[in-house]
Each structure stands twice: as C-alpha cells, then as structure tokens.
Design a protein around this ligand. Structure first.
Ligand SMILES: NC(=O)c1ccc[n+]([C@@H]2O[C@H](COP(=O)([O-])OP(=O)(O)OC[C@H]3O[C@@H](n4cnc5c(N)ncnc54)[C@H](OP(=O)(O)O)[C@@H]3O)[C@@H](O)[C@H]2O)c1
Length: 224
C-alpha cells in the first residue's frame, strides 16, 4: 500500500498510481515476482484498469520463468467489464471471487471472457483465503484497496505489510489504507522488519506480524 505523509491513499483521479514513486514501483514489481496470487478488490481493479501480471524475464537462476501469478478479484456484484484489460491483456487466467448473489449473466460473461469464476458462500477473508489455498495459492499478495484490506485487518489476516510513504502532503477527502469494520481490540501489533529511504524521500516500510510466517523469514535485531 502507498500513502501520502498525511495518510491519503489516492491522488486526484489517478488513484494510488498518482502517488507512486519509482522506488515504490520497483518494490511493487518485486513483490509481484514472489507472489502466488495477487488479490485485489473490484473497486481497485475497476479504478486502476487492472491487467494481468506481466511474465518474468529469464535470468541465469531462472532461464525459463514459470507463468505469472493470477489476479484474483473480490466482487460481490460481479460488475466487471469482460472487455477490460484484466481479461484481455493477461497470460494467466484471472480468478473472480464472488457469490451466488451476483447476477448469473454477469458471472457467465466473465467466464466467457476467460476468467475462472468461483462462486463462494460469502466473501469473508477466511473464505477467500481458504478458496485460494485449496488451489495451492498460499503466498497471497493483497494490493488493496482499502475496503478489502480493511476486511483482512478486521479478520486479523494480515501477516505482513509493505507501506510506502511518499513525501507529499495532499489534504483533501482521500481515505486511509484500510477502511470498514473496526478490528478486534487490542490492536494487532506489528514488528518493523526493514526500512529503506529512497533518494527522493520515499520511505519503504516493511512490517511483519510477530510469530507469523513472514516474521520467521526476516532478520531480528540481536537485542530483540
Ligand atoms: N494507496 C494504495 O496503496 C491503494 C491501493 C489500492 C487501491 N487504492 C485506491 O483505493 C480506491 C478504491 O478503494 P475501494 O475501497 O473501493 O477498493 P477495493 O477494496 O479495491 O474495492 C471495493 C470493492 O471490492 C469488492 N470487495 C472488496 N472487499 C470485499 C469484501 N470483503 N466483501 C465483499 N466485497 C468486497 C466490492 O466490489 P463490488 O462493488 O463489485 O461488489 C467493493 O465494492 C481507488 O481509488 C484506488 O486507486 C489505493
């Protein structure tokens, strides 16, 4: 997630892309390279004209890269345009996570556009993550937006947070990175596992949930 110094998650009509800086874009690409699946809310997929994840370039370590991860979109309405780049400009078929309450003709149109449409009993975080896990998709990179991240925070389902602070003050009505239901008390404490300051003043913050999978992968300071 990317935020201005005063907490805005979108700038003008360009959403988070209007905030992002070169260091943030490089981090965004590197996180996608390690992801099993990119999970995103339909609001972000629509506003930011999402497309499929680009294939990785061959390297000495990986001369024949595997297919890029799918994008999984959470939508109660299934109101996604079958002609959108999400369906037409992708190597790996996207996954649409929805429920039987979404109009059947919309679900069918997305299937016809090449998506795997998963009709779930509900769109609670446990159901979403369980559905992805049953497909072998355990490394879930959630790219927002605030409604989806808010649901994950409220369900205490966030293991790791990459937060980019961009050195601008925006004011205005833009919301914060997580919105929606209040998380259970006490607040979930997170451990700072790393931080990088880019030359332009962008701060890349890496927080992990103590005791979680990401916590075990990261270096702990010797005095901890
Ligand atoms: N700064 C950042 O890092 C960042 C990152 C991502 C997005 N953004 C910005 O955030 C804005 C979009 O915000 P948003 O809150 O609308 O985004 P969102 O979470 O991407 O989308 C909300 C929509 O997704 C579906 N949805 C998400 N979670 C759901 C759940 N648990 N249960 C049921 N449906 C769920 C619903 O779709 P339906 O309406 O189809 O039912 C809902 O209307 C854009 O301006 C975008 O640019 C900023």
């Amino acid at each position: 997630m990317v935020s201005s110094l005063d907490g805005a998650v979108a700038a003008g009509g360009a959403g988070s892309q209007g905030l992002s800086t070169p260091a943030d874009r490089e981090l965004f690409r590197s996180l996608r390279r390690a992801a099993g699946v990119v999970l995103v809310g339909a609001g972000t997929a629509r506003d930011e004209d999402y497309r499929g994840v680009r294939p990785r370039r061959p390297t000495a370590d990986e001369p024949v890269p595997g297919p890029p991860p799918p994008v999984a979109v959470v939508t109660g309405s299934a109101a996604l345009d079958p002609a959108a780049a999400l369906f037409t400009d992708t190597v790996t078929a996207p996954i649409v996570l929805t429920t039987a309450a979404a109009p059947p003709d919309r679900r069918e149109a997305l299937r016809a556009a090449g998506a795997e449409v998963a009709v779930l009993p509900d769109l609670a975080p446990g159901t979403l993550l369980g559905t992805l896990a049953r497909r072998g998709l355990h490394a879930v990179l959630c790219e927002g937006g605030p409604t989806l991240l808010g649901a994950l925070v409220a369900a205490d389902a966030v293991d790791e947070l990459r937060l980019t602070l961009v050195p601008v003050l925006l004011g205005g009505p833009a919301g914060r990175i997580a919105a929606g239901p209040v998380a259970a008390a006490p607040p979930r404490g997170m451990r700072l596992a790393g931080h990088t300051a880019a030359g332009d003043g962008t701060l890349l913050l890496h927080y992990v949930r103590p005791g979680g999978a990401a916590d075990a992968r990261t270096v702990h300071p010797p005095n901890e």
